[in-house]
Design a protein around this ligand. Structure first.
Ligand SMILES: [Mg+2]
Length: 113
């Protein structure tokens, strides 16, 4: 099985966008983020309806596609380079160095009855 880094995935998404004629200029940035939310909603809906895990996960991959689409389009239109693998690892390290349950000040309790 071929493995794929975030950066490779970002390049593959760019290839797909160009091959399929999807919106690919600066004005499309907002809609890429919007579609990421829509795909996340599709994942939540699939979960709610008891769909197969493979279907739920495929919707989540759609979210990642749009996120990488957005980042790739930022690179293309803003003349900048974004190393997604590096960002992920930096963020992971940052979170690992935070205290237990950081950012969670209140317990979310399940109400009974
Ligand atoms: Mg979808």
């Amino acid at each position: 099985m071929h493995t794929c880094t975030f950066n490779e995935a970002k390049r593959l998404v760019r290839e797909l966008v160009e091959a399929k004629g999807f919106p690919n200029d600066e004005s499309a940035l907002t809609q890429k983020l919007l579609w990421a939310f829509v795909e996340l909603g599709e994942a939540a809906d699939a979960y709610k309806k008891g769909e197969d895990w493979s279907i739920i996960c495929e919707e989540l991959i759609d979210v990642i596609f749009y996120i990488l689409d957005f980042i790739g389009l930022v690179e293309k239109t803003q003349g900048t380079e974004i190393d997604v693998d590096k960002l992920f690892l930096e963020k992971w390290r940052k979170n690992m160095n935070r205290p237990n349950q950081y950012g969670q000040r209140r317990d979310i309790k399940v109400r009974e009855g």
